[in-house]
Design a protein around this ligand. Structure first.
Ligand SMILES: Nc1ncnc2c1ncn2[C@@H]1O[C@H](COP(=O)(O)OP(=O)(O)OP(=O)(O)O)[C@@H](O)[C@H]1O
Ligand SMILES: [Mg+2]
Length: 275
């Protein structure tokens, strides 16, 4: 079967300098011929240092920003050409979870509305029927139904990330770009959220792009990993392969930052993750 997502030759640049008249004189290339695939039910990790271009790739894949060139194929469809009904369908099937749940949720919207809104926008579902679905989603991510009328400020970071996951799940997607979804959370909470993502994948056959600068985290979650460095994919392989036999100097640096795999198993995040 073909992969769910195929990205080929993705290129994106932003204006770097302008002359006196506002004309762009130089551009910074932030995605430079980026290519990878994501299989059905698979997690592809994207790792790389800050500014490597990881988020920019995730946003292009979801058509939140427009690439300069390259192709994005989702379940056989050319994502860059989708319009109308087909684009809406893609918007239902492909979701995103961001690093900071405080800024990804509207502070003036109750949890009932935050999680239910996509159902109204896409299907016109409102009232009791919508509430039933919202409660089901919230319970699935470990939140209680009596919290429906609270606002984001009344929750902790970990709870908010669960709510953001519930919102992303509302439309029953096939694919979620998780952009550093636990980087802003306490280590103890990180494991719970990562386990939730793993459970949801097992239940629903979800495919993920999991963006992180932490290779040790990605090793536990991702089936395959893409290493980005200055806008380019410098290495692709299973996390195991990259750990055991890194090829690119940057991957070697990443691996060296996690000195001993046995020691890493005893780190705070990992036992809870495996529990
Ligand atoms: N809208 C934009 N305009 C101009 N430059 C941008 C824009 N968005 C991103 N960039 C630049 O693109 C480069 C890659 O940014 P990106 O956010 O994709 O990196 P990242 O790998 O996600 O980093 P981090 O780990 O810090 O999140 C950076 O140099 C950034 O400054
Ligand atoms: Mg980023």
């Amino acid at each position: 079967m073909s992969p769910l997502l195929e990205v080929a030759g993705l290129r994106k640049s932003f204006p770097a300098t302008r002359n006196l008249f506002g004309r762009v004189t130089e551009r910074t290339v932030v995605s430079d011929e980026v290519s990878f695939t994501v299989g059905r039910g698979e997690t592809l990790g994207i790792v790389g240092e800050s500014g490597a271009g990881k988020s920019t790739v995730g946003r292009q894949v979801l058509r939140l920003i427009e690439p300069d060139s390259g192709t994005i194929t989702f379940d056989g469809d050319d994502v860059r050409k989708l319009k109308g009904k087909d684009l809406l369908s893609f918007r239902r099937r492909a979701q995103m979870i961001f690093q900071d749940p405080f800024s990804s949720l509207d502070p003036h919207m109750t949890i009932r509305n935050a999680v239910g809104e996509p159902l109204t926008i896409h299907y016109g579902i409102k009232g009791a029927e919508r509430d039933r679905h919202v409660v089901e989603m919230l319970e699935r991510v470990g939140m209680r139904a009596d919290q429906l009328d609270k606002y984001p400020r009344e929750f902790s970071g970990g709870q908010l990330q669960r709510i953001a996951i519930a919102r992303a799940l509302t439309l029953d997607p096939d694919f979620i770009v998780c952009d550093e979804p636990v980087a802003a959370l306490d280590v103890s909470i990180q494991a719970q959220v990562l386990n939730l993502l793993l459970d949801l994948q097992a239940e629903r056959g979800l495919s993920y792009i999991f963006i992180s600068h932490d290779l040790s985290l990605v090793r536990f979650l991702a089936h395959r990993v893409v290493v980005m460095y200055r806008g380019q994919v410098v290495e692709t392989g299973t996390a195991e392969e990259l750990f055991e036999n890194p090829q690119h100097p940057y991957t070697k640096t990443l691996v060296a930052a996690v000195p001993d795999p046995r020691a890493r198993r005893c780190s705070a995040a990992v036992p809870a993750l495996e529990a």
